[in-house]
Write a protein that binds this ligand. Structure first.
Ligand code: ATP
Length: 342
């Protein structure tokens, strides 16, 4: 088992700082995810860990030892990419065995025995002689996972492994990856732009923006206590309102936003950004009331996402009953409003 330290990593491509002073520690056996929008530097960070890129500054350490200058094949990592990257002219078994080209199978077993073991692990028993191009996308990605795990690496790196799959296959493969990670207790660094995927699969996540890490925490921490406006908007789909706060005599603050004002439970003074989760807002009267104009609603299956306009500001409301378009009252409790750190 191996911890992975990223210490002050910087990687530049010409004028672009793809990775800008990234420091995180992934613990032994942890499932750690880098999440953020396209171009924020997730893949470059993973490539620095894998050894496909060398940093311009900073260091990567496995189990406390620097791996600077160590090529990918000697880093003891298994890697799965977005595209399955299976060899079409080889059988499934030969593809998995290809993972053993630099190393003997662990545990003194033969290559054939190891391939059988791995195909059972990824829930494709007895498929060794199959043609990989005849498999579904989800099955091909399982073969790619088996190939990455064949040499028994200490660290597993996954770069958007599910983004080419449809929603149902993605959910199933998510379950498989998580179970296997638990069973092997392997230190895992996962990259995705999908915040729902990140929250559902990880022990901890690092939210990245423009090459930097904005917040590291458990899925619950980054969702419930976003450390910045960016994290609030990206992870929780929060409504963020800019206002001016003044403390109330008893408890909490009054916040003015444009022509209106409402109460929040936190005490704050001066310019503030307030985060309001779509699911904390409801239609009808309550603690704080905002007069909105209801626009379109998207049906999500278990709820509606309703787009409202409040004095020119868009407010998203997640609710089980979508009201008709037109004037309505949206309400929320003062304790449901977060004063976001700027
Ligand atoms: P995506 O989800 O779209 O893959 P990402 O978060 O993984 O995005 P990176 O691929 O790491 O982001 O890219 C970060 C930045 O570095 C981007 O601006 C990208 O254009 C730039 N970049 C990455 N690799 C190179 C390269 N080899 N040459 C030049 N610029 C690069």
């Amino acid at each position: 088992m191996t911890s992975v330290d990223l210490d002050g990593l910087v990687r530049e491509f010409g004028p672009t700082r793809a990775v800008d002073d990234v420091s995180v520690t992934v613990a032994d056996g942890e499932f750690f995810t880098l999440v953020g929008p396209s171009g924020c530097g997730k893949t470059t960070t993973l490539r620095l860990v894998a050894g496909f890129e060398e940093p311009d500054a900073g260091d990567v350490r496995f189990g406390g030892e620097s791996v600077a200058g160590v090529p990918p094949e000697d880093r003891d990592v298994g890697i799965v990419f977005q595209s399955y990257a299976l060899f079409p002219h080889m059988t499934v078994g030969e593809n998995v065995a290809y993972g053993l080209r630099f190393r003997d199978p662990p545990g003194g077993v033969s290559t054939e025995e190891r391939v059988t073991e791995l195909l059972e692990l990824v829930d494709l028993p007895g498929m060794a002689d199959r043609d990989p191009t005849a498999l579904s996308g989800g099955q091909q990605q399982r073969v790619a996972l088996a190939r990455a795990l064949a040499p028994g690496p200490s660290v597993l790196l996954l770069d958007e492994p599910m983004s080419a799959l449809d929603a149902r296959l993605r959910e199933r493969l998510r379950g498989t990856v998580k179970e296997i990670q638990r069973e092997l207790d392997i230190t895992t660094v996962y990259v995705t732009h999908d915040q729902e995927e990140a929250l559902s699969i990880s022990d901890r996540v690092a939210v990245m923006n423009s090459g930097r890490v904005e917040q590291v925490g458990t899925p619950e921490e980054v969702y419930r206590e976003p450390a910045s406006r960016f994290v609030a908007e990206f992870v929780g789909d929060n409504n963020v309102l800019d206002g001016t706060a003044s403390p109330l005599e008893t408890k909490g603050s009054s916040v003015s936003v444009g022509p209106a004002s409402f109460e929040v439970a936190d005490s704050a003074t001066g310019t503030v950004a307030i985060g309001l989760r779509p699911e904390s807002l409801s239609f009808g009267s309550g603690g704080n009331e905002l007069d909105v104009t209801v626009g379109r609603a998207e049906f999500l299956g278990d709820a509606y996402k309703v787009y409202c306009d409040w004095h020119g500001t868009q407010l998203l409301v997640k609710t089980t009953d979508a009201p008709d378009p037109g004037p309505a009252t949206v309400s929320f409790e003062p304790s449901d409003a977060d004063v976001l750190p700027e």
